[in-house]
Design a protein around this ligand. Structure first.
Ligand SMILES: Nc1ncnc2c1ncn2[C@@H]1O[C@H](COP(=O)(O)OP(=O)(O)OP(=O)(O)O)[C@@H](O)[C@H]1O
Ligand SMILES: [Mg+2]
Length: 205
């Protein structure tokens, strides 16, 4: 089993969106996946409540129960677990990072977001875990992405070569309890998620 923790101390960076879409992508490739939602806001769990499909399994848990829930997921044959975490919760983020094979740090290509990732980077350095920044909500045109890549490079942390665009289907799909690959099969958002999923699979092999 591979554990991917999605961390960002900044609110609204795209953690839940990535956790949900990557878990559904794993199921699409016939891998058994689960989302462990350790965010008290329970956004991923609420998405699961309005979802009709049985998979992925979504477990809402206290951060202190994370290790036990991961053991249960492994015993139940999960191939991939995606941990969705809360913003502004350093101890929970550190616990998730310590248990993860890979940490993803979603970040919008905007100055305040790029400054704010330093807190999250400190946490992954403390946990001594493998981590990569994933640029999210990237606009289709303009120099913002290049500037953001340069800003991330100054932090001495890996950056995913796959960026996730700013696309309405990420918002609409969540509202209907779906992932982008169900809401708009063959759409651009789905393509990006599949590419990111495949990149992650290579990283944790
Ligand atoms: N790639 C994207 N394109 C368009 N909208 C997006 C994208 N990613 C996320 N969003 C939207 O941005 C908002 C915040 O995303 P999300 O809830 O995934 O962030 P989060 O990091 O989990 O937030 P929190 O810190 O509150 O848990 C949501 O309304 C979501 O639909
Ligand atoms: Mg969230």
């Amino acid at each position: 089993m591979k554990t991917i923790a999605i961390l960002s101390q900044k609110g609204g960076a795209g953690k839940t969106t990535l956790a949900i879409n990557l878990a559904v992508a794993a199921e699409h490739f016939k891998k058994k996946s689960a989302i462990i939602d350790i965010d008290g806001q329970a956004s991923a769990t609420s998405w699961g409540d309005i979802r009709t499909a049985e998979s992925p399994v979504i477990v809402s848990a206290q951060p202190s129960r994370l290790e036990n829930v991961l053991t249960a997921a492994q015993e139940n044959g999960a191939d991939f677990v995606f941990i969705d975490t809360a913003p502004h919760s350093e101890s929970a983020a550190l616990a998730a990072a310590r248990l993860a094979d890979l940490v993803l740090i979603p970040c919008r290509p905007a100055i305040l977001d790029l400054r704010a990732i330093s807190n999250t980077i400190d946490i992954v350095k403390l946990a001594k875990c493998r981590a990569a920044v994933v640029l999210t909500c990237v606009p289709p045109r303009g120099s913002l992405t290049i500037q953001a890549e340069k800003a991330v490079a100054s932090y001495d942390i890996e950056i995913s070569p796959i960026h996730i665009g700013q696309r309405a289907s990420f918002i609409h799909s969540l509202t209907s309890g779906q992932a982008v690959l169900e809401y708009e099969p063959n759409g651009k958002a789905m393509e990006e998620i599949i590419k990111l999923y495949k990149w992650i699979v290579k990283q944790v092999k």
